[in-house]
Design a protein around this ligand. Structure first.
Ligand code: NDP
Ligand code: 2IT
Length: 451
């Protein structure tokens, strides 16, 4: 098929998506990335086009939006907006995280839910895709305020979810504390103890390795990509952004593999530690972020290293970059700087951290570039394993879960290689992940009639 046809197909599809979903720029970006790499495959397999599979996949099966009223510690009343996007249930119950962040809106959650469908398919586990959350900002709120918010949020959400229907988990701003409050409220309202959420505490139905899974998985994926070149993380200089759940465990695994992590960040700025973040410093970060809920600036003060106010870590020279904070955190010019400084591996712990321009820079320079839906799938994969353990009423050991996680990440890598290798042997991981994730969902939708 000529590229002209593929280009026309991509343009027509994007006009359709943009006309139907005006202003949803993050959603457009996520769909654009997928359709660009899928177009030729679809043209070669016209049954998917005739069945309007892509038109169906960009339309959520259901969007739930609701009011979340709550009172702060002074008795002042606040009203937030709650969401759950039930995007695609072709291969299993809807599955995906909840995000609590002031920027949350329909466009962001639809992009995340759309990516989640393909990501969950790649894990090989039977999970559909969904995403939800609220524009609630957990920063500077007391534990009691967070609890009251979570209880109000779940009071409405509970009627839409269930272990066989829709199983939420954490994402930005939703960690172990929030999952606990949400689970407690679900249990009270429904009078049932089921695996309706993942990321639960280990004493009450959670899985070992779930907290570590996304960060570990991102590093397993980076190592897997390096291995294809006969190389490894050992001795590599690594920049990491973010300092939350994904970033922390990515750092832990890089240290274990013998790499040197020289940066972390939060929404206020970045730290640069040229000596590397060791296990003791990482412990400090975990306590700072998970217990005291402080700022990464305090790391620079404690260890006497440089703090870069309002800056991201991409100007720091590195071999490997692990963006683990948020979407669009690597601009086109950040990508240029990374490449100029010799960075040749990018494994995305965050969802869509590279802008359209950045992703294209990585791909046209043919570096080892893994998109989030492949590289960060370890989190939801272990969520799937938590669901299995809940259903069987057993719990696997740390080693057992970590082994399964490692195997899943290797299989996702192999899937990307299968569908993404070009005629010169370069692996386009974006294309590989998109086609690899798409096929199972599309075939399942076709088999189930007009769904
Ligand atoms: P956390 O809330 O634990 O941490 C988020 C980190 O990113 C914090 O350091 C936060 O800084 C920073 N951050 C958030 N928003 C922004 C922003 N707008 N600009 C700059 N920095 C920002 O979330 P997670 O670690 O769980 O999630 C990080 C990324 O990984 C997200 O993209 C998420 O979707 C993705 N992901 C998470 C999975 C999981 O299992 N948790 C699974 C797969 C992907 P601050 O504290 O200042 O806000
Ligand atoms: O983006 C993601 O994959 C997550 N936030 C994890 C979802 C999950 O259900 O564990």
């Amino acid at each position: 098929m000529e590229t002209k046809d593929a280009n026309q197909f991509i343009n027509d599809f994007m006009v359709y998506v943009k006309t139907k979903n005006p202003g949803e720029v993050e959603f457009h970006q996520a769909v654009h990335e997928v359709i660009e790499t899928l177009a030729e495959f679809l043209i070669e397999n016209p049954r998917y086009i005739q069945s309007k599979i892509m038109e169906r996949m960009v339309e959520p099966e259901r969007v739930i939006m609701f009011r979340v009223p709550w009172a702060d510690d002074k008795g002042q009343i606040h009203v937030n907006r709650g969401f759950r996007i039930e995007m695609n249930g072709a291969i299993g119950p809807y599955k995906g995280g909840l995000r609590f962040h002031p920027t949350v809106n329909l466009s962001i959650l639809k992009f995340l839910a759309f990516e989640q469908v393909l990501k969950n398919s790649l894990t090989t586990l039977p999970m559909g895709g969904g995403k939800g959350g609220s524009d609630f900002d957990p920063k500077n709120k007391s534990d009691n305020e967070v609890m009251r918010f979570c209880q109000s949020f779940m009071t409405e959400l509970q009627r839409h979810i269930g272990q066989y229907t829709d199983v939420p988990a954490g994402d930005i701003g939703v960690g172990g504390r929030e999952i606990g409050f949400l689970f407690g409220q679900y249990k009270r309202l429904r009078n049932e103890f089921t695996g309706v959420l993942t990321g639960k505490g280990i004493e009450w139905g959670g899985s070992l390795i779930r907290p570590e899974a996304t960060g570990y998985g991102t590093v397993y994926f980076a190592e897997e990509m390096l291995n294809t070149k006969g190389d490894s993380l050992k001795g590599k200089i690594v920049t990491v952004s973010g300092s939350g759940n994904v970033a922390q465990f990515a750092v832990e695994k890089v240290i274990e593999y013998g790499g040197k992590v020289v940066s972390l960040s939060d929404s206020s700025g970045s730290i640069y530690d040229p000596d590397g973040i060791d296990a003791e410093k990482l412990n400090y970060v975990m306590e700072l972020k998970n217990v005291y809920r402080g700022r990464i600036r305090e790391y620079a003060e404690k260890y006497g290293v440089r703090y870069m106010n309002k800056q991201r870590p991409w100007a720091i020279k590195c071999d490997v970059a692990l963006p683990c904070a948020t979407e669009n955190e690597i601009s086109g010019s950040d990508a240029e700087t990374l490449l100029k400084n010799g960075c040749f591996v990018v494994s995305e712990g965050a969802n869509m951290p590279s802008t359209y321009e950045a992703a294209h820079q990585f791909m046209s320079n043919k570096i080892l570039y893994a998109p989030g839906k492949a590289a960060n799938a370890g989190g939801v994969a272990v969520s799937g394993l938590e669901m299995s353990q809940n259903s069987m009423r057993i719990s696997w050991s740390r080693e057992e879960v970590d082994d399964k996680l490692h195997t899943i990440m290797r299989n996702i890598h192999a899937m990307c290689v299968k569908y993404g290798t070009d005629k010169n042997g370069w692996v386009n991981y974006v294309k590989g992940a998109n086609i690899g994730g798409f096929v199972k969902v599309a075939n399942s939708m076709m088999a189930q009639g007009l769904v």
